[in-house]
Design a protein around this ligand. Sequence first.
Ligand code: ZN
Length: 440
Amino acid sequence: MSTLTSAFPGSSGADSRAADFIDFVAASPSSFHTATEVGRRLLAAGFTEQDEAEDWDSEPGGHFVIRGGAIVAWFVPEGASPSSSGFRIVGAHTDSPGFSLKPRGDLAFKRWQQAPVEVYGGPLLHTWFDRELELAGRVVFADGSTHLVRTGPWLRIPSLAIHLDRGVNSKLELDPERHVQPIFGNSVRPGGLLQILAEDVAAENGLAPGTAIVSHDLITVDAQRGERFGVAREFLAAGRLDNLTSVHTGLEALLAAASDPPGDDILVLAAFDHEEVGSGTTSGASGPLLEDVLLRTAAGLGADLERSRQMFARSMCVSADAAHAVHPNYPEAHDRGHHPFVGGGPVIKINAKARYASDAGTVALFIAACAEAQVPYQHFVSDNRVPCGSTIGPLTATRLGIDTVDVGVPLLSMHSAREMCGVADLGSLAASLDAFFRMA
Ligand SMILES: [Zn+2]
């Protein structure tokens, strides 16, 4: 064990972290790609992959399991024991809003070829117009083989010219069925979308020509690469910042802590799928995935149910998900006393209706982690007239009974096809999560 090497820059190195993050986002167009990319990085750092259908490996060292578009990684330190260890968990999610490709039935108008799509989660619809989009996810072929696929920039949802709707700037009304169906061709390359995709994937993978795609999980994503901007390049724009900012910083913190194990607690990174559609799936936060990993790891260390629950009582979870920064053009949308700022450090999220899981004890613990890491922190609370979002935090906390705090990197343009954050906040969240893993 402990042959782990960190593939990441340390807590300094904002430039290299931002560059690595942009690469990570580019490699992670769908939840399935994200789980695969996190797994690739964990393997490179010495973690081993666990097959859920095999005997569980609780030996000291790093492990991970991939279930669909979710991944859970855990690091067992030397000396981990049911009588003294707990779990230090960072939770996040791998999925982002967009448009899922419907099973069949390409649309067409005259010579336009159009992909039939269904809204996934809560995208800001107008931001997805006039951008080159790609399809990404997994497909299953008639021979039973499953392939991760991405098309590159095949699609676009074109907006209507202002000359044909003069009132559009004062009142944009979008029909989520009629107005969002992307074009992908004009019949120069004939065939249905899945047929064309099958031809390309078959050619790339040496499958027999004519092999058909029988089913798929494909989602549209912005095809444009992330980029830094601002007078000091202090901002970063990309798709899927909600919630790849948390997956990337959580992974960085896990690898840093695992390369220099701090104590006998088991360190966990849980990145779930389907948060944007309610988490009620086998790979979502309301499913059994994390509980399976914790109970099987505890059992592998010799814990019975009583000892496992004792380990849960020594555990804590940081639920990391993107947060709302104050918007300079819409200050009225924010609570008057809480204005999280891009570049101001991790945001601690609090909600009296328990849509975030934070409480006094867990908030104080996370503030102590920020102090230890020497990074600033901020608070978010909703204006009483504005219902806030939610996260995986209340779901895992309800299921497992493990104390949880909700935090995240402040964003503008959340659920846009292209969101923005501050470069410094990536380092601040990574450092605070690393400190959380190491706290005595
Ligand atoms: Zn999110």
